[in-house]
Design a protein around this ligand. Structure first.
Ligand code: NAD
Ligand code: UDP
Length: 337
């Protein structure tokens, strides 16, 4: 019996594959490489010395996706595949709704048809909108401000309706906070195309000389130093959370929501300073205007995941920065040679 991983070639998927293969789990992986490269999968094999079945399939192609179910005994799915850039989702809403929602509908139909009614879904802290307070618990109200966030919220609702209609389903919704860092080997990591939108890949590119300076988006937020505060979590810790979630899904039915963060908030300036200390590299920065839509503070109360899943983040900020730097300095152009 195998676990189906959608979007396995991506940033979080590739790190999760390493954890599952190392734990001896059998994997079947699907990706269409719309935001990733085959090289990441080759490196997963290199790190683990383990093999897996891979299908280059678009989730929108239901017939091709069904072939994966016909050729393998799938017992559960971890569903990473989706588009994730907030700005792009505002420019191309139909692309985002179609890819993320229709892809998930096709997947769930096939999971149900082939008796694999267990899914771990990649949601995001973005579903909490602008939280009334921090730390955030799972029962906070949800809302979003952009099409990307809407797709996450809509998929959460679709999954909740699925469980209502058919109690055999087991659904774990993991609401990720800010995944950063890379595998300690430096062989896999985040490989954004073009100019990075997110803080850490940008900082790494500045630290390694690919970009001149970091623009800090606003220093007048209601935080300890005026710059935005987030809950950064090491991608390997995040990957491990999926192993705990699958083990939990194997024993339970129904739907459950989990915050996957450390519970600690760091500001942009905290990150810059920690990165410099951890790596010895310089990260020149300039203060720039606020980025529209950004919030002051966002960090998790991760106690539910600790209590129910038995999972807790283990890596600290120093390791997150050091591993991000290791990946970036060994692979200055990402997976492109
Ligand atoms: P990623 O873009 O690196 O990985 C997603 C993978 O899915 C890519 O390899 C892409 O090619 C694939 N994919 C997309 N649409 C597909 C389709 N229709 N058919 C087949 N494959 C498809 O992103 P990531 O950072 O690894 O994120 C994984 C998931 O976690 C996403 O759903 C994302 O929304 C969610 N998430 C990410 C973050 C983050 O900061 N990285 C935060 C919260 C939630
Ligand atoms: N940020 C920044 N400069 C950048 C990218 C991000 O100052 O080039 C800030 C951003 O305003 C936010 C924090 O870094 O306060 C994290 O941003 P990111 O886009 O990584 O995550 P998200 O905003 O989605 O939580």
């Amino acid at each position: 019996m195998a676990i189906l991983i959608t979007g396995g070639a991506g940033y979080i998927g590739s790190h999760t594959m390493v954890e599952f293969l190392t734990a001896g789990r059998e994997l079947v992986v699907v990706d269409n490489f719309m935001n990733s490269k085959p090289e990441s999968l080759r490196r997963v094999k290199e790190i683990t010395g383990k093999d897996f079945r891979f299908y280059e399939v678009d989730l929108l192609d239901r017939d091709k996706l069904e072939k994966v179910f016909l050729e393998n005994e799938i017992e559960a799915c971890i569903h990473f595949a989706g588009l994730k850039a907030v700005g792009e989702s505002c420019e191309k809403p139909l692309l985002y709704y179609h890819n993320n929602i229709t892809g998930t509908l096709n997947l769930c139909e096939l999971l149900a048809k082939y008796g694999a009614k267990r899914i771990v879904f990649s949601s995001s802290a973005t579903v909490y909108g602008k939280p009334a307070s921090v730390p955030i618990t799972e029962d906070f109200p949800t809302s979003t401000t952009n099409p990307y966030g809407e797709t996450k919220l809509m998929i959460e609702r679709i999954l909740a309706d699925l469980v209502k209609a058919d109690p055999e389903w087991s659904v774990s919704v993991l609401r990720y906070f800010n995944p950063i860092g890379a595998h300690p080997s430096g062989r896999i990591g985040e490989d954004p195309q073009g100019i990075p939108n997110n803080l850490l890949p940008y900082v790494s590119q500045v630290a390694t000389g690919r970009r001149e300076f970091l623009s800090i988006f606003g220093d007048d937020y209601a935080t300890h130093d005026g710059t935005g505060v987030r809950d950064y979590i090491h991608v390997v810790d995040l990957a491990r959370a999926h192993l705990s979630a699958i083990e939990y899904a194997e024993k339970t039915t129904g739907i459950d929501y989990f915050n996957i963060g450390t519970g600690v908030g760091y500001s942009v300036l905290d990150i810059v300073h920690a990165y410099e200390t951890a790596t010895g590299a310089k990260v020149p920065y300039r203060i720039a205007p606020r980025r529209p839509g950004d919030i002051d503070e966002c960090y998790a109360n991760p106690e539910k995941a600790a209590k129910v899943l038995g999972w807790r983040a283990e890596y600290g900020l120093e390791e997150m920065c050091r591993h991000a730097y290791g990946w970036q300095s060994q692979n200055p152009n990402g997976y492109d040679k």
